[in-house]
Design a protein around this ligand. Structure first.
Ligand code: PGA
Length: 265
């Protein structure tokens, strides 16, 4: 057991614990992960009221899980297969992750959707499989620049949220984290304005409310896309934004520490 706060344990059901997740993508060898943790972990404890996840490559997950065990930081994977085992060359299952001490998994990142053919049909199976194994799924959704310009943002978000969460019972939705990541803001330095992020995340919350009001009140929805130490505080200060999924700026322990520290108190 860890002493970390959990997003769905609030007695009132309305208080959502901020979650700051660093998505390393295909960066950092195991040795580089060790070096990061040695610098990051001592300071990361400065905000026991914030949940922190490090989404590391598979090869560094054992290291991250072992070094964060019992503390406020959790190890997270960046993908998994929905089956627990089988003839799926190159894939990794939820029970394999859980055995290492991994506690969360990013699912449906736009890079996996665009570059590796991740489908909503697969996500519809992966999200419940992660929950069944005891992992926190961090489900990514978001529109392209063309979709936004064509006024299609809401249609795209509705499609992804409804399909990807279709097999999750309403009472289990608060165990899911949704990350709104506009594709045009990922890795571009072109972050959504706090108003744009709040508007889209408010819409995602309304979609959750179509399933259950309790889910809308308790499910954490993060913003991702060019979050950095300079813009984190304003983004995280928006009423519906419960944290951040941070790519590039999570690779530097100092920058990532500043982003964790920017979570509202
Ligand atoms: P970025 O990536 O912070 O580098 O834009 C975010 C993400 O892809 O999760």
């Amino acid at each position: 057991m860890t002493n970390r706060p959990s997003g769905d344990k609030s007695p009132s059901g309305s208080q959502r614990i901020p979650l700051i997740a660093g998505n390393w993508k295909m960066h950092k060898t195991n040795a580089e992960a060790v070096a990061f943790l040695e610098e990051f972990l001592p300071g990361a404890g400065g905000r026991p009221d914030v949940e922190v996840a490090i989404c590391a490559p598979f090869t560094a997950l054992r290291t991250v899980a072992e070094r964060t065990a019992g503390g406020p930081v959790m190890a997270a994977a960046q993908n998994m297969h929905e089956a627990s085992s089988g003839a799926f060359t190159g894939e990794v299952s939820a029970p394999m992750l859980v055995e290492l001490g991994v506690e969360a998994v990013v699912l449906g990142h736009s890079e996996r959707r665009e570059l590796f053919g991740e489908t909503d049909a697969a996500l519809q199976r992966k999200v419940p499989a992660a929950l069944a194994a005891g992992l926190v799924p961090i489900l990514c959704v978001g529109e392209t620049e063309e979709e936004r310009e064509a006024g299609e943002m809401e249609r795209k978000l509705r499609h992804q949220v409804q399909l990807d969460l279709a097999e999750v019972a309403a009472e289990d939705l608060p165990r899911v984290v949704v990350a709104y990541e506009p594709i045009w803001a990922i890795g571009t330095g072109n972050t959504a304005t706090p108003d744009q992020a709040q508007e889209a995340i408010g819409f995602v919350r309304a979609l959750l409310g179509d399933r259950s009001q309790e889910a809308a009140a308790r499910t954490r929805v993060l913003y991702g896309g060019s979050v950095n130490p300079g813009n984190a505080e304003e983004l995280l200060g928006q009423p519906d934004i419960d944290g951040a999924l941070v790519g590039g700026a999570s690779l530097d322990p100092g920058d990532f520490t500043e982003i964790v520290a920017a979570a509202p108190r």
